[in-house]
Design a protein around this ligand. Structure first.
Ligand code: 13P
Length: 254
């Protein structure tokens, strides 16, 4: 059985005080969990404060990294720096990075290699625009994104990657994909991993759904066969909601 992973993507929210309030509350109120991975993904300057307070029941990750390990790249954050702070996870190719900052599938591939090289656990995001879904191009878009992202990634490295399926039309809109749509696309991504690698890898790789996930809808999403967790934006900012959603994943393992 695949271990569920609940990740809170805070995006560009929370000051230091707000982040500390969150992590103190969550680390004391979260049950001891071995069967679920729970992660918060913060702005880079907060990471140092957060990693000091992370425990087995809550890990910390970054929202981005640059694909070179060092150099004259003003404003970027390197993999070696993240690793030296004991950060575990890094998000790659979030749709906001792709759309607002024009990251390409090639950037995503280079960043995935950078994360692997620096022993960070990558959360690679893919997802289609509304126009793609309406014109029935979802699978084509997902195939192009996944194929390029995993170019020259070995089987050994690929098996530790987490994939997040986040349809862009469902992000921050309150318009969650139905559980059937979410499951179908996660299942399609799983079939792509079988094509790229093999069936055992496709059956073990973890695929999250993201897009307007909240305590009210997480149970039905996590009940689906191909959905192994959630990447949560807005609802993850609230510590009580975050704990509730981690507990929902814990329930799924019982
Ligand atoms: P929301 O949960 O706010 O829709 O955001 C989803 C997301 O982009 C997580 O990475």
């Amino acid at each position: 059985m695949r271990k569920p992973i609940i990740a809170g993507n805070w995006k560009m929210f929370k000051t230091r005080d707000e982040a500390l309030y969150f992590i103190l509350k969550v680390s004391t109120q979260m049950p001891d969990i071995e069967k679920v991975d729970s992660v918060v993904l913060s702005q880079a300057p907060l990471l140092r404060d957060l990693v000091k307070r992370q425990g087995d029941n809550l890990r910390v990750g970054a929202q981005n990294l640059y694909f070179e390990d060092e150099g004259a790249f003003t404003g970027e954050v390197s993999g070696p720096l993240l690793k030296s702070y004991n950060v575990d996870y890094v998000v790659i190719g979030h749709s906001e990075r792709r759309n607002v900052f024009h990251e390409t599938d090639t950037d995503v591939n280079l960043k995935l290699h950078a994360a692997i090289r620096n022993e960070l656990i990558p959360i690679v995001c893919v997802g289609e625009h509304l126009e793609d879904r309406v014109s029935q191009k979802t699978n084509e878009v997902l195939k192009a994104q996944i194929t390029k992202a995993f170019e020259n990634v070995s089987r050994n490295d690929a098996q530790n990657v987490v994939i997040a399926y986040e349809p862009i039309w469902a992000i921050g809109t309150g318009r969650t994909a139905t559980k059937e749509i979410a499951d179908e696309s996660c299942g399609y991504i799983r079939s792509l991993m079988k094509e790229l690698y093999d069936e055992p890898l496709a059956q073990t790789i973890r695929i999250q759904y993201g897009g307007s996930v909240k305590p009210e809808n997480i149970d039905e999403l996590l009940a689906m066969e191909n959905i192994d967790g959630a990447l949560i934006g807005g609802a993850s900012l609230d510590p009580d909601k975050f704990i509730t959603m981690v507990k929902a994943a814990l329930k799924r393992t019982e």
